[in-house]
Ligand binder design. Structure first.
Ligand code: MLT
Length: 262
């Protein structure tokens, strides 16, 4: 495991391959291991960097709240230390929120964006309160309930029925997450900006990816971003849900490679 000091915390990361740099930002409450298949597929042509975001995975210390812009700032320090000036940023779900904030704070450091299973608008009051309730519950009861509740939505029906090892892998990621860090990330997501206002000014090519079966961040969220971005391509992956890169790694990798090669 490699680690770097970033804004007072220890960030664990994977750094493989050589070539133009691609930064992979994981979702909630996961960690960088969710990108294993993408790292393997890309590293022969690209330098692939995948951090564990603040407090998650093997990274340390989250604080009571882990704002998305703080996670983006951590990533920028990591890239400084790796001497990477410009990257393609690929974020899934919460990683997409961090990608939006990274572009907002460091637009010159982004050569392209991949937004997977994510959305631009901020939460409404109801969604914010649900996140606050979940954060309190996690602190009181730990992560197991979250895994039981969310697994059926995170993966596609076909994956759940035929590839139990993938479900086990996701459960392991969730249950291995520090409740303290998960609660902080949840509160950070609740407080995130409305990224819709950023969409028209994003001046780099964007690939939007969404699983057809994703009910957490459905196709309509992806279409909204596609309509408001200047230069975007929308890819809907069949038999995939929220973590589309785990449901359909080969399709996800093909789409990602086509975008990066272009
Ligand atoms: C994620 O997968 O990162 C979360 O579903 C994001 C969210 O709760 O908005």
């Amino acid at each position: 495991m490699q680690t770097a000091h970033t804004n007072g915390i220890e960030t664990a990361f994977t750094d493989e391959g050589s070539g133009p740099a691609v930064l992979l930002l994981h979702g909630y409450p996961f960690n960088r291991t969710m990108w294993r298949e993408q790292i393997e597929a890309l590293q022969s042509r690209y330098r692939v960097v995948a951090p564990d975001l603040r407090g998650l995975g093997e990274s340390k210390a989250a604080g009571v709240i882990a704002p998305m812009e703080q996670m983006a700032a951590d990533v920028a320090v990591l890239l400084d230390q790796l001497r990477l000036e410009r990257v393609v940023v690929c974020g899934l779900s919460m990683g997409g929120y961090v990608a939006f904030d990274f572009f907002h704070s460091f637009p010159d450091r982004v050569s392209g964006l991949v937004l997977a299973g994510t959305r631009a608008p901020a939460d409404n009051d109801h969604e914010r309160q649900a996140r606050e309730r979940q954060a309190a519950r996690i602190l009181g009861q730990g992560m197991r309930g979250i895994a039981d509740e969310t697994l059926p939505k995170l993966l596609a029906r076909e994956t759940l029925e035929r590839r139990p090892e993938v479900a086990d892998r996701v459960r392991e990621m969730i249950e291995g997450t520090s409740p303290h860090a998960a609660a902080a990330a949840q509160l950070g997501m609740a407080a995130r900006r409305d990224y819709s206002q950023d969409l028209p000014s994003i001046n780099v090519p964007v690939l939007i990816v969404v699983g057809r079966e994703d009910t957490i961040r459905p196709v309509s969220d992806a279409e909204f971003m596609h309509q408001h971005l200047r230069d975007s391509r929308l890819e809907i992956i069949e038999n995939a849900s929220h973590i589309s890169n785990l449901d359909q790694p080969e399709k996800f990798n093909r789409i990602l490679r086509e975008f990066l090669n272009g």
